[in-house]
Ligand binder design. Structure first.
Ligand code: UP5
Ligand code: MG
Length: 193
């Protein structure tokens, strides 16, 4: 494993559960490199020379999971561009069991999973609110419903599988951003000890 010595944490949870918000704060407090798979895909989509631009745009709008070869390639490149860092937050990935296995077989194993547990209604309200200003092509009611469907069908099973291995740290996303982050920080402090 090229990244065998690194501490890798998968940050998982439904659409709008707070993965990005809390990851940004963990970067400040613990010096993680934060890699959002969705952000990497959106950047790749915008590159004029990308051969995957239209494919990614379609998958994101439809709330579907981009073929994992593309996403793992982007994550691996991003990790390699931070050789100095030994802590990575991989946000919003893996999104199905096949991706989880492919990443662990070809890149490295995750030390823990940070799971933001959030009721669908709360996620819906937050995403619709964010959609007023985010410019994201998937922050509209049609795409959000599709994202929820993919989450329940494909992504929840990943969390359940890691839970069986005792690897999941669950944080409730109810409460103010500060409340949620305080719980998150405490769990990550324990993990890094
Ligand atoms: N907010 C956050 N916490 C709050 C709190 N405690 N109280 C009140 N408000 C709170 O938060 C969402 C919103 O809620 C924000 O406005 C925030 O201020 C507020 P955020 O932290 O952005 O949540 P996050 O979980 O990061 O939501 P995001 O929409 O990014 O999650 P998704 O998982 O849907 O999106 P992602 O970017 O990961 O993926 C998008 C698409 O890319 C996928 O649907 C898929 O098509 C594709 N994709 C792949 O194909 N493969 C991958 O591996 C990854 C993505
Ligand atoms: Mg996000």
């Amino acid at each position: 494993f090229p990244f065998g010595q690194k501490t890798v944490v998968f940050v998982l949870g439904g659409p709008g559960s707070g993965k990005g918000t809390n990851s940004a704060k963990l970067v400040e407090d613990f010096g993680f490199v934060h890699l959002s798979a969705g952000d990497l895909l959106r950047e790749e989509q915008k590159r004029p020379v990308s051969q995957y631009g239209e494919l990614i745009a379609h998958y994101i709008r439809e709330g579907l999971i981009v073929p994992h070869e593309i996403t793992i390639g982007l994550l691996r490149n991003a990790m390699m561009s931070h050789p100095e860092s030994d802590r990575f937050l991989i946000d919003g990935f893996p999104r199905n069991l096949v991706q989880a296995k492919a990443f662990e077989d070809t890149v490295c194993k995750a030390k823990k999973i940070l799971f933001f547990d959030c009721p669908e209604k709360t996620m819906l309200d937050r995403l619709l609110d964010r959609g007023k200003t985010s410019g994201r092509t998937d922050d509209n009611i049609e795409s959000i419903k599709k994202r929820f469907r993919t989450y329940v069908h494909d992504s929840r099973p990943v969390i359940d599988a890691y839970d069986k291995d005792g690897k999941v740290m669950t944080v409730s996303c109810q409460g103010s951003p500060d409340d949620v982050y305080n719980v998150t920080r405490a769990k990550v402090t324990d993990l890094l000890q």
